[in-house]
Design a protein around this ligand. Structure first.
Ligand code: SF4
Length: 277
């Protein structure tokens, strides 16, 4: 599914000299670029997009593969308004619904090991981050760790069960428990827009006929998602204040992980949230 490029955030917030409003010239450039892209995204023609979707073709096979880790990257990036919508619909708290989007790069072997090691349980969702972070992985995250050993993350992803499947996926039926309020990424899958162009992810449903009405609905949702995600990224850039790093940052984070805790600061368009998992 959607993979947010968190490395861009770090590049944006650690490169160059600080200028107006405490932002570097590179950050200001990115903010200006995002504003331009939002302006252009708002002008995209939904009819043209719907025609492109019809040309590609799509019919959901209801296989649930896009929600399951065993079939690939199933991370679902969500923005604060989507978390809120699910919160209102379920009895879950915001932090039970979504966790920090901590950069991770599991190898294929690690992913299949997880599948074998961790049978599906009703795991407390907050345990996922601790499980996915190892001292080695922390080392690759050094730039994201502040002087208190807290890991800075940019944005949220839906919590996943121990076996990596989305927390809202029903185990046996593969139905979505929050279907009517599911994130935009899910309702527009396998399509997305990047750099003003329609793109697709791997999906068995591609290539099947789609009605004009369905393609129009999908095109509208895609445009809404595209603009909403860009606006959220812009808000994150605008809000973000860089954090202090220290010589013992990594050591402190490792010590904390050893004790079984993981503290993240999540930056989003609404500000920063401390999450202790
Ligand atoms: S929210 Fe629903 S549709 Fe989206 S990944 Fe989870 S189970 Fe699948």
């Amino acid at each position: 599914m959607y993979q947010q490029d968190t490395s861009l955030y770090m590049e944006a917030f650690s490169t160059g000299n600080k200028q107006e409003l405490g932002k570097t010239s590179y950050q200001l450039l990115l903010i200006a670029g995002l504003k331009k892209e939002i302006e252009m995204a708002r002008k995209l023609d939904p009819e043209k997009l719907a025609a492109e979707i019809r040309e590609i073709g799509f019919c959901c096979q209801h296989c649930g593969k896009c929600c399951r880790r065993a079939f690939g990257d199933n991370k679902v990036a969500v923005i604060p308004s989507e978390i809120e919508r699910i919160r209102e619909y379920t009895s879950f708290s915001r932090l039970e619904i979504a966790g920090p989007f901590v950069p991770e790069a599991p190898t294929q072997d690690e992913a299949s090991e997880d599948e074998e090691k961790w049978p599906e349980t009703s795991l407390r969702p907050s345990e996922e981050n601790k499980e996915s972070l190892s001292p080695e992985r922390l080392e690759s995250l050094q730039e994201f760790i502040d002087f208190e050993g807290k890991i800075h993350a940019f944005g949220w992803i839906l919590r996943r069960k121990r076996n990596g499947d989305c927390i809202f996926l029903e185990s046996y039926t593969h139905k979505c428990r929050v279907y009517s309020v599911r994130p935009m990424l899910c309702s527009t899958y396998p399509f997305y827009i990047e750099g003003l162009r329609l793109q697709t992810c791997e999906c068995e449903g591609l290539g099947s006929p789609i009605s004009t009405e369905e393609s129009r609905k999908l095109a509208e949702n895609l445009l809404l998602r595209y603009v909403s995600e860009l606006e959220d990224t812009l808000g994150t850039y605008e809000n973000f204040v860089d954090f202090r790093r220290g010589k013992r940052s990594l050591e402190l984070a490792k010590m904390s992980l050893k004790k079984g805790t993981c503290t993240c600061i999540v930056h989003d368009s609404e500000g920063s949230t401390e999450v202790i998992d």
